[in-house]
Design a protein around this ligand. Structure first.
Ligand SMILES: Cc1cc2nc3c(=O)[nH]c(=O)nc-3n(C[C@H](O)[C@H](O)[C@H](O)COP(=O)(O)O)c2cc1C
Length: 319
C-alpha cells in the first residue's frame, strides 16, 4: 500500500545566515537555559557540545553572572566548552546576567557605585569571553530580571537618571551595550540583547523605542522572549523593521510553527529551548524529515522544577 505523506518543505529552517563575519549554518538557535551542569566542567562542555552536534546553528549558553568572570570563570577554563560547541559545527554565544541569580536585587536597592561596578563587570566578562573564543555575548534584559526591572515602570522606583522617564529606564541597558561594544568589535564578537517585548507596565511601543536605541548603540541581534503569544512569532515581528536579525522563541519546536515564523518573516531565526532538552538531535531529525523519531517536549515543565532544585536539568520524555 502506498501511503500519502504530506510534503513539508523545511528548507527555510536550514538556510545559512551571515551576521557580520559570522556564518550560522542554519536558522536554529538554542536559547539560553540554565541546566545546572557548570560551564567550566566536562559535564557542561559535553551537554552543550551534544546540542551543537545535533545540528543547531547557534548555541546561546545559559544566564551567567558577570561577577563570576575573572574569578571562577576564566578564558582557560571556559575554552573546553567553546571548543566542544565549535567541534559540533555551531557558533557559541553566552548570556550575561548582571547580578547573582540567587540574590535578586531591585533597581531601587542599587547605589550608583554598584551600577558602575555592574557595568565594569560586563566589560570584564566580555573580555574573558573574547579570550575564550566565544562568538557572541548577550546581556539578559528579559523575563522580569534585573535589567528588565530597570526598564519596567512598575518595577523601577528610582528617581535619579535610571528611573522615571522611558529614556532613563533605558539608560542601564544602553550603558552596558556601549561598554561592551568596543570589546566585541576588537574580538569580532556578535552583540545580542534579550528583551521581553511586553512586560510589567510597558508594551511593544516602548520596547521598539528601546530596540531602536540598542541597535543604534551597536546591538547586532535582537532576541525577543517570549515572542510567540497568539500567533507564532507575533511579538517578534514588529522588531524586524529595525534591520538586524531577530530571534523568536516559544514552543517553536513544533515545526509548522517555526516554519510559519520564517515564512511570514516574523523573525530571522527561531529558538528551540525545551525541545532541545528533550532531544539534542531535534535539528538533525527535522532536516532529515524524521519527525516520528523526535522525542517531543510535552511542556510539562519538569525541567523548570530541576532548574529551581539546582539539579542537572533533565526531561521526563527523553534525555
Ligand atoms: C530549564 C530552563 C532554563 C532556562 N534558563 C534561561 C536563562 O538562563 N535565560 C533566559 O533568558 N531564559 C531561560 N529560559 C527560557 C528559554 O530560553 C526559552 O525562552 C523558553 O524555554 C521558551 O522556549 P521553548 O518553548 O522553546 O522552551 C530557560 C528555560 C528552561 C526550560
Amino acid at each position: 500500500m502506498t501511503r500519502y505523506v504530506t510534503p513539508i518543505d523545511v528548507s527555510p529552517l536550514f538556510e545559512p545566515l551571515t551576521i557580520k563575519d559570522r556564518l550560522l549554518r542554519n536558522r536554529i538557535v538554542m536559547p539560553p537555559m540554565v541546566v545546572n551542569r557548570g560551564l567550566a566542567t566536562s559535564e557542561g562542555a559535553e551537554w552543550y557540545g551534544r546540542r551543537a552536534q545535533g545540528g543547531v546553528g547557534l548555541v546561546i549558553v545559559e544566564a551567567t553572572s558577570v561577577g563570576d568572570f575573572g574569578s571562577t570563570l576564566t578564558a582557560d577554563n571556559l575554552r573546553p566548552l567553546v571548543d566542544a560547541v565549535h567541534a559540533g559545527g555551531a557558533l557559541i554565544a553566552i548570556q550575561l546576567f548582571p547580578v547573582n541569580r540567587f540574590e535578586p536585587t531591585a533597581p531601587g536597592d542599587l547605589s550608583l557605585a554598584q551600577i558602575d561596578q555592574m557595568i565594569a563587570d560586563y566589560r570584564t566578562a566580555t573580555q574573558v569571553c573574547a579570550e575564550a573564543g566565544f562568538d557572541g555575548v548577550e546581556p539578559h534584559g528579559a523575563h522580569g530580571y534585573a535589567l528588565n526591572q530597570f526598564f519596567s515602570p512598575e518595577m523601577n522606583s528610582r528617581t535619579d537618571e535610571y528611573g522615571g522617564a522611558l529614556q532613563n529606564r533605558m539608560r542601564l541597558a544602553l550603558r552596558i551595550v556601549e561598554a561592551v561594544r568596543p570589546i566585541c568589535d576588537a574580538g569580532g564578537l556578535l552583540l545580542l540583547y534579550r528583551h521581553t517585548p511586553v512586560g510589567y507596565g510597558y508594551g511593544i511601543e516602548d520596547s521598539l523605542a528601546l530596540a531602536e536605541e540598542l541597535v543604534g548603540a551597536g546591538v547586532d541581534v535582537l532576541d525577543m522572549s517570549p515572542s510567540s503569544v497568539n500567533a507564532p512569532g507575533d511579538r517578534a515581528a514588529p522588531f524586524m523593521a529595525l534591520d538586524v536579525p531577530v530571534i523568536a522563541v516559544n514552543e517553536l519546536d513544533q515545526v509548522n510553527r517555526a516554519l510559519e515564523v520564517l515564512r511570514e518573516e516574523r523573525a530571522s531565526l527561531i529558538a528551540v529551548g525545551r525541545g532541545l532538552i528533550a532531544d539534542a538531535d531535534w535539528a538533525a531529525k527535522v532536516h532529515a524529515l524524521r519527525f516520528g523519531d523526535i522525542c517531543e517536549c510535552v511542556y510539562c515543565d519538569e525541567c523548570f522544577t530541576d532548574l529551581d532544585a539546582g539539579i542537572p536539568v533533565g526531561c521526563t520524555q527523553g534525555e
